[in-house]
Design a protein around this ligand. Sequence first.
Ligand code: IMP
Ligand code: MG
Length: 187
Amino acid sequence: MEMWNDIRSILFHETTILSRLDEMAREITTEYRGKPVTFVALLNGSFVFLADLLRRIPLPVHVDCIQVSSYAGTRSSGKLDFRSAVFPNFSGRHVLLMDDILDSGLTLGTVRGKIASQPGVRSVKTCVLLNKQVPRKTELEPDFSGFTIGNEFVVGYGLDYNEHYRNLPFIGVLSEEAIQKPASETK
Ligand code: IMP
Ligand code: MG
């Protein structure tokens, strides 16, 4: 259980997350009943969230993923790197854009803009598991949000620090020592 030693405190246990997902799934089901909706998840961070939320929604939805990255270590690099070869077309669809966490808003804001500018897209809404309370460059409040957190760096349940800790079943705050650890020790 070496990874667990790097966690300073647990913010949300798995059972807490899953009961919040039950509530979010009900809201989302109400919103999209009878509408052609595509869930678009931003990878890698949202794969656990996507899998658990989707299985609570009894509607005939489409699912797509876009691989994008902006973070290096515990900071946003300030620019977005699209890693998917093709950007899917969502003409005729309602889109629910999902991400693990909303921080500066660069990621969700940029991707939302790209999708909204496609001809024939019916609507674009956003859904995040965590909403970090920080001053944002863009006005962006998620349409669906799991939990609000302070301005601290969290890992687990899909969220990473330099690609580590995604497989922790809970969401926790990383210790200062773990953040300082040289990359060679965490490989
Ligand atoms: P934004 O573009 O600044 O809103 O940052 C969003 C992206 O940065 C998310 O998709 C996450 O991958 C990453 N991120 C932001 N805050 C954290 C954090 O506390 N832990 C892990 N990843 C984070
Ligand atoms: Mg990340």
